[in-house]
Design a protein around this ligand. Structure first.
Ligand code: PLP
Length: 424
């Protein structure tokens, strides 16, 4: 068994056998699979098993695996050199696409991951306002930067870690954590700390406690209060950017943040992050301004063409309605399958992302998300995997659809899910 052999080797060489914790399948048990190939909506492991993939590289893919136009552009660019460390034309192309597509962004700085994007956005907010406090919401995950790894979702939620050793108390204290969707708590925090809050960072649709939708007044009140108190509103659209609509959640809800963080889809499968906003804010970033941030591989030409080709497809084809309809059908049918088996659940969805929670109550924040039966989730995950359906190996994540998840793929996935659930 190649998979098993590779995993044993990985365990000797990488902490936990992985380079990102949730990949270790700890929350669901069993040995993680090692993937060797992806095509359209499917992936294959080292033993040759095929899976319909709803992980989609944690949402980084929206056109499916190995999308021909993207692969071709990367191959052609690779022939010309892999990295220069000075500006290349593709940075301008991608920046133009971002500015054109994301409503609040007039200027953008590229980095290499979502974590770098949120870290830099927080620094910029502190640099511009001269204030130190950052507000974040319980269950939102913004990457593994010190100030934002407090009461976080995703892997931190999966492993039940309140914070992490390595972050001094003095730093953690500068982060105010509030419940998601709680307008009252927000008003109270602003009453108390308003003049000291540099910025508020939020996933405008949460994906990292599982999918949780924002109440309308939550985002609106966030916008109003930050404006009134001179704090910067940071939308972390690392997941939602280019996924919920071509302009992300801000376009969908008509609420414009001061700074937007992007990642995942932005790189079309290669490592790219970005933060952007109004010109006068972004001009405070070095070398134009005094807030320092830099990167040897930032704007890497391969990553820029991969991102540009992906965004061009999204801009020109606008596949969002179709993606939404297919997700709706998937959710409805999965729900029916679970009901037939008498398994209590709630499915939250937004556009092409969804989460099945194993609870009989609505999920609207981290506390309600945590009511989900994670043992049931683990059984469900394993049964799906055995039947050739890959979903994220944790309750507190989102399933993602891509444009390659066409109707016949959804049908096939539903057959496999039905068989898996019947066998539970
Ligand atoms: N922000 C959000 C909303 C995310 O979901 C993630 C990663 O899952 C990040 C930031 C961090 O991005 P990265 O893993 O690229 O550092």
């Amino acid at each position: 068994m190649k998979n098993e052999k590779l995993y044993r080797e990985a365990m000797q060489l990488l902490p936990g056998g992985v380079n990102s914790p949730v990949r270790a399948f700890k929350a669901v048990g069993g040995e993680p699979i090692i993937l060797v190939k992806g095509k359209k909506a499917r992936v294959w492991d080292a033993d040759g098993n095929e899976y319909i993939d709803f992980l989609a590289s944690w949402g980084a893919l929206i056109l499916g695996h190995a999308y021909p136009k993207v692969v071709k552009a990367v191959q052609e660019e690779a022939q010309k050199g892999l990295s220069f460390g000075l500006t290349n034309p593709h940075e301008i192309t991608l920046a133009r696409l971002v500015v054109e597509m994301v409503p609040s962004v007039e200027k953008v700085r590229f980095v290499n991951s979502g974590t770098e994007a949120t870290m830099s956005a927080v620094r910029l907010a502190r640099g511009i306002t001269g204030r130190k406090y950052i507000v974040k919401f319980d269950g939102c995950y913004h990457g593994h930067y010190d100030s934002l790894l407090v009461s976080a979702g995703s892997g931190v939620a999966t492993f039940g870690i309140p914070g992490t050793p390595g972050i001094p108390e003095e730093i953690a204290k500068l982060t105010i954590v509030l419940p998601y969707n709680d307008v009252e708590a927000l008003r109270e925090a602003f009453d108390k700390y308003g003049e000291e809050i540099a910025g508020v960072i939020v996933e405008p649709v949460a994906g990292n406690m599982g999918v949780v939708l924002p109440k309308k007044e939550f985002l609106e009140e966030l916008r109003r209060l930050t404006r009134e108190k001179g704090s910067l509103l940071i939308f972390d659209e690392v997941i939602t950017g280019f996924r919920l609509s071509k302009g992300g959640a801000q376009e969908l809800f008509g609420v414009e943040p001061d700074i937007t963080c992007l990642g995942k889809i932005l790189g079309g499968g290669l490592p790219v992050g970005a933060y952007g906003g109004r010109r006068e804010l972004m001009d405070r970033v070095a070398p134009e301004g005094e807030v320092y941030q830099a990167g040897t591989l930032s704007g890497n030409p391969l990553a820029m063409v991969s991102g540009s080709e992906t965004l061009k497809e999204l801009r020109d084809k606008e596949p969002y309605e179709e993606l939404g309809e297919r997700t709706e059908r998937l959710a409805k049918e999965v729900s029916r399958i679970l009901l037939d088996k008498g398994i209590p659940h709630r499915i939250n969805k937004a556009g092409s992302m969804m989460t099945v929670f194993f609870t009989d109550q609505d999920v609207y924040d981290f506390e309600t998300a945590k009511r989900s039966d994670t043992e049931m989730f683990a059984k469900f995950f394993k049964a799906l995997l055995k039947n050739g359906v890959l979903i994220p190996p944790s309750q507190f994540e989102a399933w993602f659809l891509t444009t390659a998840h066409e109707d016949d793929v959804i049908d096939e996935a539903l057959e496999r899910i039905d068989k898996a659930v019947k066998g539970l």
